[in-house]
Design a protein around this ligand. Structure first.
Ligand SMILES: [Zn+2]
Length: 187
């Protein structure tokens, strides 16, 4: 893949002149979504956001790992703080999606894959004090219901002591149709 990217980039930079714009998002908004490959480019198109409009933050499952929720000590909260305090963000939109890889993770498959790649999940659970398999799943950020997860992530953001109380919404995008539904909305 790297070779492919470098070759494309060579052609791209020769053909395209990139317009210079500032690093402050024009819409003063940060959008949090998942890393799912089916969202690449489609997501921006479906929401109608252009280069320079918003900060785009992607985490596996558009979620925050359960152990990091209580104190809101997560990299996502850190990124949102940077967006708000340094880049003028005043609105946050969390967008989960249907058929997410982090939904309904099968512990048996996870265990087998980790072992096949030379990581012993049981050793890891002990070493990192995760308790049990459920602890490992919580660390990974696995969830059952995308709507519930979006609501929980929005709640963590709304209540984070690191962030001011700004307008924060939660949505779910259908990965097949790209249709958005609102889970929770601030005024
Ligand atoms: Zn996902």
């Amino acid at each position: 893949m790297l070779k492919e990217i470098l070759a494309h980039n060579e052609r791209f930079t020769q053909e395209r002149k990139i317009r210079h714009i500032g690093h402050t998002p024009q819409k003063h908004t940060a959008i949090v979504t998942c890393m799912d490959c089916r969202l690449v480019t489609l997501f921006e198109e479906a929401l109608g956001v252009q280069r320079g409009d918003v900060l785009m933050l992607r985490t596996a499952g558009a979620t925050i790992s359960t152990p990091e929720r209580t104190s809101a000590h997560s990299d996502l909260i850190r990124s949102l703080a940077g967006g708000i305090y340094l880049l003028g963000v005043r609105e946050i939109i969390v967008v989960g999606h249907t058929e997410c890889g982090l939904a309904n993770v099968n512990p048996t498959v996870l265990t087998a894959t980790m072992q096949a790649l030379g990581v012993d999940p049981h050793e890891l659970i002990v070493q990192e004090k995760l308790g049990d398999m459920n602890g490992l799943l919580r660390w990974l950020g696995a969830f059952h219901d995308v709507h519930v997860n979006v609501q929980e992530v929005v709640d963590v953001i709304r209540q984070s002591p690191f962030l001011p109380r700004i307008s924060t919404h939660g949505l779910v995008i259908d990965i097949q149709t790209a249709r958005l539904t609102v889970v929770t909305q601030d005024k």
